[in-house]
Design a protein around this ligand. Structure first.
Ligand SMILES: Nc1ncnc2c1ncn2[C@@H]1O[C@H](COP(=O)(O)OP(=O)(O)OP(=O)(O)O)[C@@H](O)[C@H]1O
Ligand SMILES: [Mg+2]
Length: 295
């Protein structure tokens, strides 16, 4: 059974509109080029750059969606627009029907480079997020929320360490705890395990699967790993190369939950889906290389 959909007839519209939590409608982003006489005479001038074009996608409540595509195609650009950290040039993003134009406590973000405050302890980094989002929460309750989330990501004992005293995996656990501590409806993750060694990455993927089973928050994760996206996702959005990147295909992932790595890999649909994703990434990455070497 082929569980994918074609881009010509994208699976972006969900029949029951009430199920839709995040809706991307004709989202495009163009970065302005550099003009002006100074840029021209110093050779710095550049033209406008269309990063993503006409992205349409509906995401249901409590689903885990991964975005995969060649490097530089516009994945972070898209996630930052959903996060409200950047604005689209045209089109709109709606969450529960409300237009997104800035970040909000309904969205928690996990960054690839951790983005922790280096002078604060583990506890301090997480507490700062909770205090900022819930200024009226009692100190006692803030402490309880921080403690629960430190436990959730298995960092108990490291509360008083500063980021430079932590391994990459531990730093990323702080990033995840900080995003979850504000109790967002939606978890946004930009290559959360990209900087980690394979073993740590595997442990953290299992942790995310365990936490997701407990909380079932809507999640959008950017990844370069086919195996990671197959382990965690309900749907995988495959993007074309840029410029003007768009959604090529959306795969529906049928593996039962809760998921176990070995069971997932032995599922009859696993190898077919993996092959389809490899073919897509190979095709798009080769197109990037061809565009680069063709004058
Ligand atoms: N502020 C900016 N100004 C101009 N161009 C930008 C800006 N930010 C991103 N771009 C360009 O937009 C394109 C998409 O960038 P983006 O970071 O979204 O890609 P990505 O898919 O996340 O890549 P990667 O997989 O390497 O993280 C790239 O060509 C990048 O150079
Ligand atoms: Mg990126």
């Amino acid at each position: 059974m082929n569980s994918s959909f074609s881009a010509q007839n994208p699976p972006t519209t969900i029949d029951n509109a009430n199920d839709v939590q995040i809706s991307l409608h004709h989202v495009s982003k163009t970065f302005p080029g550099r003009s002006g006489w100074l840029n021209k005479i110093t050779g710095q001038a550049s033209s406008d750059f269309v990063a993503i074009e006409d992205i349409n996608l509906d995401i249901k409540h409590n689903t885990f969606v991964s975005i995969i595509g060649p490097s530089g195609c516009g994945k972070s650009t898209l996630l930052n627009i959903i996060a409200g950290l950047s604005s689209s040039t045209s089109g709109e993003v709606r969450i529960n029907g409300e237009m997104v134009d800035k970040p909000g406590p309904d969205r928690g973000m996990v960054f690839q480079n951790y983005a922790l405050m280096p002078w604060m302890t583990v506890e301090g980094n997480i507490r700062f997020a909770v205090e900022t989002v819930y200024p009226n929460m009692s100190v006692k309750q803030q402490k309880r929320v921080v403690k629960e989330n430190i436990q959730l990501v298995n960092l108990t004992g490291a509360e008083n360490k500063r980021p430079h005293e932590l391994s990459g995996g531990m730093r990323q656990r702080v990033g995840i705890a900080r995003a979850l501590a504000i109790n967002p409806q939606i978890l946004l993750m930009d290559e959360p395990f990209g900087a980690l060694d394979a073993l740590t990455r595997g442990f953290l993927q299992d942790e995310i699967e365990r936490i997701w089973e407990q909380q079932r928050k809507t999640a959008i994760m950017i990844t370069h790993s086919i195996e990671e996206s197959l382990l965690l996702s309900d749907r995988i959005v495959m993007m074309t190369k840029g410029p003007a990147a768009r959604i090529d295909e959306v795969l529906e992932i049928p593996f039962p939950r809760p998921r176990d790595r070995t069971e997932v890999e032995n599922h009859p649909a696993y190898l077919g889906l993996k092959q389809e994703m490899e073919d897509h990434l190979y095709r798009e990455t080769r197109a990037v290389e061809e565009a680069r070497i063709t004058p």
